[in-house]
Design a protein around this ligand. Structure first.
Ligand code: ZN
Ligand code: ZN
Length: 216
């Protein structure tokens, strides 16, 4: 499974020797260009790169799926497109997902994903902003093994992204609601360079709260 398809995907493939042909399911959070660079999907179409016959299943909101259909054209044999809606439980080949609403872009139904596989659960949480009430309500009673949060704006205030304070408050609320398993982990990522915080500085802020800082 892969989550989002940013323009960096080709770099990730070369640098980390990832075989993208192993992907069966691709899930998209929203259509912003750092999460979906649909044009590169065309490279798997007939007449471009040599690829296996199987179709990759793509799941996303209407805008993301529409963007994919525009570049792939109708009836691509290498991709099947699926529009998903918030709270709609979907069995994929590789895992079960439940899309949850984010507070990110008012022009689009941006999605977070609750992902379940082999008894383990992950919340993929960006781009989220502060979670909407109905997302909090849905999470109440869940037991996560891992939550991946965004921390885009550092110490700056942002309406559409989480900052350091919001990520810390999210952890507090997870604790209050018992949303994490006792051994559950929280990782923060999606750091904007405009926040002017280095990895070491982010680690100093989050390590005392047992939160993992990703390299981003
Ligand atoms: Zn975004
Ligand atoms: Zn983003």
């Amino acid at each position: 499974m892969k989550i989002d398809f940013p323009p960096d995907t080709y770099l990730h493939m070369l640098r980390d020797r990832i075989d993208l042909e192993n992907i069966k399911d691709l899930i998209l959070t929203h259509s912003h260009s750092d999460h979906l660079y649909a044009e590169d999907l065309v490279a798997r179409s007939p007449g471009f790169a040599q690829s296996a016959e199987h179709a990759i299943q793509i799941y996303g909101n209407d805008l993301s799926i529409h963007k994919c259909s525009q570049v792939l054209g109708a009836g691509s044999s290498k991709f099947n497109l699926h529009r998903v809606e918030p709270f709609q439980r979907t069995e994929m080949q590789t895992a079960t997902i439940v899309p949850l609403p984010a507070s990110h872009d008012p022009l689009e139904t941006c999605l977070l994903y609750y992902i379940e596989k082999n008894g383990k659960t992950i919340l993929y949480g960006h781009d989220s902003g502060w979670f909407p009430d109905r997302t909090w309500e849905w999470l109440h009673g869940k037991k996560l093994d891992l939550a991946i949060l965004e921390c885009t704006s550092g110490h700056r205030h942002s309406r559409s992204h989480m900052n350091v304070d919001a990520a810390l408050r999210t952890k507090e609320r997870f604790t209050d609601l018992g949303v994490l398993k006792p051994e559950g982990l929280i990782a923060v990522t999606h750091f904007s360079h405009n926040a002017h915080l280095l990895h070491e500085e982010l680690t100093d802020l989050f390590a005392p709260h047992d939160m993992i800082v990703a390299y981003d």
